[in-house]
Design a protein. Structure first.
Length: 116
């Protein structure tokens, strides 16, 4: 059974930092990719960052330099380090993982609110 447990969301002031965590379980294989998407109210879900099985990373261009994705070697835990947060970063952040034997799965999401 695939399980994704996200944590680390919350309320932060503009300019602050947060670290999101996603713990993934349900497969003995290394994920093809694992990472984060976000969805703000009234907007479509968008890519934030992914890390691939070959250790490549992919970011939405506008977030490069402020957000960093990292994970353990097995890619069963992935982190999103968010710095210099802005009000427009307010969104639900979702973990996504793709395993060779389990396909694509999404977490329930964690709310990030950037406000003074």
């Amino acid at each position: 059974q695939v399980q994704l447990v996200e944590s680390g969301g919350g309320l932060v002031q503009p300019g602050g930092s947060l670290r999101l965590s996603c713990a993934a379980s349900g497969s003995r294989f290394r994920p093809a990719y694992i990472g984060w998407y976000r969805q703000a109210p009234g907007k479509e879900r968008e890519l934030v960052a992914l890390i691939f099985s070959d250790d490549r990373t992919k970011y939405t261009d506008s977030l490069k330099g402020r957000f960093t994705i990292s994970g353990n070697n097995a890619r069963t835990t992935v982190y999103l380090h968010m710095n210099s947060l802005k009000p427009e970063d307010t969104a639900f952040y979702y973990c996504r993982v793709a395993w060779p034997d389990r396909g694509d799965s999404w977490g329930q999401g964690t709310q990030v609110t950037v406000s003074s």
